[in-house]
Ligand binder design. Structure first.
Ligand SMILES: NC(=O)c1ccc[n+]([C@@H]2O[C@H](COP(=O)([O-])OP(=O)(O)OC[C@H]3O[C@@H](n4cnc5c(N)ncnc54)[C@H](O)[C@@H]3O)[C@@H](O)[C@H]2O)c1
Ligand SMILES: [Zn+2]
Ligand SMILES: [Zn+2]
Length: 390
């Protein structure tokens, strides 16, 4: 089959690789009908995420048709259309039982590696480095889905691929990022980054009742979409003093909650510091927590810092501000399964149209290597790339 394969930093190719096979009775094989490139894939492309190996098949946002099942009485049946969350879930461990799906204790076959780095194992993920299990991903014609009786959701009738594809990751991720802010109505939330995750965080915060939604971004097409999604104020990080502007907008009080939808590949923005960091960005693969740093500074005392943005290891942050202001951190890889049904309902009811951010479509994985670059460099107005393979 054809698949997008990691060969090293900045080197992704469309290769012919072996078709996946059933390895366990709980497996199914999914023929991919749609898949997407995520901001998290850029951390692999850019060589930020440790434990990638040459030959790994990428992709954790995918859906398709079940074409093989591991046992005749499998919960899933051949011919069903499924969306497959990016985390793999055993359904039996304590974390799964608590609904902490992204921290499943059993689905990561390299759990010991994760435990060494983080203290305990975290869930197996598709197409995402060996520390999360080294499972082949869904930027491919076919995928083996382990433990497929737990996480995947059969697509409700009447919804096409593009309306449900983002249930696999970015829509629940934006939603969880906003949910972490404990919005009850009337709050001010500031959101760093209006990429796909940020855009869904904006939409979610709006639905939850936030009154002011301040967005920090610099790319014009993304700013336009942020306004469309519900941003009430936009700050251009390349041309404005972010912290000053946030104080102005909040009458000096600061937002009740902040969301880092950027993660470890942030740009430093304004002034001399911005110029220096632009040079750093070009020459090193080091993590750059500028957005998180600013968010911690900007949030009001006793506020919430929600962090869907991904970090791969230790980074310097102002722990003094965290403690002195009494901040609450809420973070994590998204517990996707928690949100599948409620968000599918919002889509069915027309409350969210997740397709609004798709800018680039292709019908062949052959375009993948070029589209990775287009997405990373935000060329040609690129916000989200979708492959429709059926
Ligand atoms: N927690 C999860 O489960 C989960 C799931 C999906 C994605 N993510 C993470 O969310 C983050 C965003 O993903 P995405 O797909 O939207 O990626 P993206 O790279 O398309 O978007 C990031 C956006 O941040 C902007 N940006 C860069 N530096 C900034 C700064 N200093 N201040 C404000 N904005 C800045 C960029 O212009 C870009 O639009 C990534 O780190 C990704 O790994 C996490
Ligand atoms: Zn993703
Ligand atoms: Zn589990």
């Amino acid at each position: 089959m054809k698949a997008l394969v990691w060969h090293g930093r900045n080197d992704i190719r469309c290769d012919s690789v072996a078709d996946p096979k059933i390895e366990d009775t709980r497996d199914v094989i999914v023929k991919v009908t749609a898949c997407a490139i995520c901001g998290s894939d850029l951390h692999l492309f850019d060589g930020q995420m440790p434990t990638m190996e040459k030959g790994d098949v990428l992709g954790h946002e995918f859906m398709g048709e079940v074409v093989e099942v591991g046992s005749p009485n499998h919960k899933l049946k051949k011919g069903q259309r499924v969306v497959v969350p990016f985390n793999i879930n055993c359904g039996e461990c304590r974390m799964c039982k608590l609904g902490n799906w992204s921290c499943c204790l059993k689905s990561n076959r390299n759990g010991a590696m994760a435990a060494k780095m983080f203290g305990y194992p975290t869930a197996g993920l598709f197409g995402y480095a060996h520390i999360t299990g080294g499972y082949w991903g869904g930027q491919a014609e076919y995928v083996r889905v382990p433990m497929a009786d737990v996480a995947p959701m059969v697509v409700p009738d009447g919804l096409d691929d593009e309306h449900v594809l983002f249930l696999t990751d970015i829509l629940p991720t934006g939603w969880q990022g906003a949910e972490h802010c404990e919005i009850k109505g009337g709050e001010t939330v500031a959101i760093w980054g209006a990429g796909p995750v940020g855009l869904f965080a904006i939409k979610s915060a709006q639905i939850m009742g936030a009154e002011k939604i301040i967005v920090i971004e610099t790319v014009p097409e993304r700013i336009a979409l942020a306004k469309q999604a519900g941003a009430t104020h936009v700050i251009d990080l390349k041309h404005e003093e972010v912290l000053d502007r946030i104080k102005e907008i909040t009458n000096g009080e600061g937002p009740d909650a902040v969301i880092d939808c950027v993660g470890m590949e942030a740009t430093a923005g304004h002034g001399v510091f911005g110029v220096v960091s632009a040079i750093q960005e070009a020459v090193t693969a080091n993590q750059r927590p500028y957005a998180l740093e600013q968010a911690i500074q900007a949030v009001r005392s006793c506020g919430i810092v929600s962090i869907p943005g991904v970090y791969a290891g230790p980074i310097p942050i102002n722990m003094g501000a965290v403690v002195q202001k009494g901040l609450t951190f809420k973070t994590g890889q998204t517990h996707v399964k928690r949100y599948l049904e409620p968000l599918a309902k919002l889509i069915q009811d027309g409350k969210i149209d997740p397709t609004f951010l798709i800018t680039h479509r292709s019908t062949t994985l052959e375009d993948g290597p070029e589209l990775y670059k287009t997405f990373r460099d935000k060329k040609d107005g690129c916000v989200k790339v979708v492959f429709n393979l059926s």
